[in-house]
Design a protein around this ligand. Sequence first.
Ligand SMILES: [Ca+2]
Ligand SMILES: [Ca+2]
Ligand SMILES: [Ca+2]
Ligand SMILES: [Ca+2]
Length: 355
Amino acid sequence: MKMRLFFSVFILLISIAYPSTLFASEEYKYIHDQSNRLSYIRTASNQIIFFKYDTNGNVITKGLLKPMLGDVNGDKKADAIIFSNGEWRVSVSNGNGFNPYQKWVEGHGVGSQAQMVGDVNGDGKADAIVYFNGEWWVSLSNGKGFDAYKKWVEGHGVGSQTQMVGDVNGDGKADAIVYFNGEWWVSLSNGNGFNAYKKWVEGHGVGSQTQMVGDVNGDGKADAIVYFNGEWWVSLSNGNGFNAYKKWVEGHGVGSQTQMVGDVSGDGKADAIVYFNGEWWVSLSNGNGFNAYQRWVEGHGVGSQTQMIGDVNGDGKADAIVYFNGEWWVSLSNGNGFNAYTNWLKDDARLYNGH
Ligand SMILES: [Ca+2]
Ligand SMILES: [Ca+2]
Ligand SMILES: [Ca+2]
Ligand SMILES: [Ca+2]
């Protein structure tokens, strides 16, 4: 309620119905202030396209941004990262909030189709990864910035629907995974590049709405998870491939806007989380399935563009974070629910200043 009141007083926030030609997951948001207007469109790949207009309605800035979470400085607290047109800006977590943005690299991933963070060289600091038509480029974190980017593999995932990073073989280095129509292909990290890709499973997730990786059974190897209309199916990693898939829960998240995995209870097993209009529902993993879902918080993120899971205060329990018109709001996990949300970072000045 606090967020809604804030916006009703200072800014007129209007949502309009999206045209039928767009993906259902795209959402338009328009924001007006005294001197200009911004609009945000959330795309199916969780990127945000923003437009800034002058008072006559002419577009003066257009760009793409993607908010992400990852521990880029290796202190165990997930940091807030914004990718925008090849620039990566980082707001380091101090455990109670995100510090002001700093630019960590530029020119990394202009025109890329997907942007990700993960620790691909196993030094404890999450790295910046981009994907373009089968090419994967990496900027390693040095703890204070991202180094010059290098190509780690090519020809991996041309035509794929989803690109992900996660440590599927449990060696501490995140690997490059792609999904195409039920096939999952993996390029293992060797710490300096991604090896030749191999098919790890097929027939897992044909027609699914969301594909994810996360260690749901707590053996240190990230597993392959898909979501279809409330059903969650899991293929556990055996370190060399993904096993036959099994249904872990049904009826969890029908109609939800976002589906995520993360260890919100802190037992080492990633849980299944969904978001609907400010409500966050959790199905905890028991290692062989997901338990009955429970609501962990409501009213957190109504109108937000992006919803994420990550441990921002470093207590081992993943927290619920939203990106909302340039602001980051956090509901910390207490292990049984998400606490009341608080603001961790105010306006993204780049948008308002016409970056
Ligand atoms: Ca790293
Ligand atoms: Ca690995
Ligand atoms: Ca696992
Ligand atoms: Ca936490």
